[in-house]
Design a protein around this ligand. Sequence first.
Ligand code: C5P
Length: 220
Amino acid sequence: ERIPVICIDGPTASGKGTVAAQVAQQLGYHFLDSGAMYRTAALAAMRAGIAIEAQHEPRLAELARHLPVRFEGGRIWLAGDDITDAIRTEEAGMNASRVSALPAVRQALVALQLGFRRLPGLVADGRDMGTVIFPAAPLKVFLTASAAVRAERRHKQLISKGISATISDLRADLEARDARDASRSASPLKAAEDALLLDNSLLTIDEAVAQVVAWWQARQ
Ligand code: C5P
């Protein structure tokens, strides 16, 4: 197939989501926020009263396979509820990390992710886009930033939404989440061998977006 995919993977709060969405917008491509899928699966599990534990893996996978999720105009709907904001909390991120460590749940969401690959192209954001879901993608970027910078940015974001949090708690949370994501056996967080590394610590969003777009244009 000739539908191009740009993968942007990296650790928690590295700015992937924002960068990927803006690259997609500039190129007129579709955008896949795979983290939002895991966050939605975790929320659906909570709502169904299923604890996110390995012993419930088959039920959690079944739920993920039939996840009544819709991505529309930048909003995310779960069975008719707008959950766009509800899945953005720290707790939702941690629950997503726990549910995403279960291989059967990951497997259940593959088809949904592949379905985002449509003309004229796709920008996919996550942890395993370049390593597992779109291994033949012509451009893979691994976007990182120091833990200090990531915690600070997350802190600013939360404060601007009127949510209080300390930088040290946020840093501890994101380091715990990255450690779990990197150490799991199913599709761990890691750079694909052919990924280009982009350290976002000292870049603005615009600079990071421009770099990815420049890499993409250089490959055309
Ligand atoms: O990117 P985001 O913070 O929204 O992702 C939430 C969690 O979902 C991550 O911590 C990770 O455990 C999981 N995830 C994943 N694979 C992806 C995207 C996200 O395991 N492709």
